[in-house]
Design a protein around this ligand. Sequence first.
Ligand code: PNS
Length: 171
Amino acid sequence: MQPKPPSVIAIYPGSFDPITNGHLDLIQRGAKLFDKLIVAILSNEGKQPLFSVEERVEMLHEVVRVYPNVEVDSFDGLLVDYAAAQSATVLLRGIRAISDYEYELQMALMNRRLQPGIETLFMMANEAYSFISSRLIKEVFGLGGNIGGLVPPSVEARLHRRLDKFTNRGA
Ligand code: PNS
């Protein structure tokens, strides 16, 4: 059995396109559990993101700078390889509803097979945010819906700027 490391480093991986208050809630709670929490943005994603990796790193920095033990980074390749390179022993993921479970179970089991020394820990999303996702935020915002209180104010401002840029293009 591996002894508990003197300092527990956890990775909170995801796309964060953009970060929502659900993600932020998990970061706040995770920051209390680990010596260091690295919020790691996947950079080689197949999906066409709304915000570039650099923009997402900036957005995350803006909202996590109040937590001294939280860092922001980006990674590509296998998550477990990145985690091992950071000497992390925990992968943190949030579960909002039963529908998240199957996907998360598959990833957790695959990651455990790849790197048995790294544990995936799940935290239940705050019920106030259990219905939100980055995808839904983008959809609702793009159609003119109110997303106030669902993303940090700095992220909402960026969404407005991004929408203005698209609206004014070619005008
Ligand atoms: O927030 P998301 O988009 O659901 O996050 C998915 C993420 C980034 C955790 C997952 O796609 C991932 O770990 N990608 C890195 C590549 C990898 O390790 N794939 C095998 C996972 S079992």
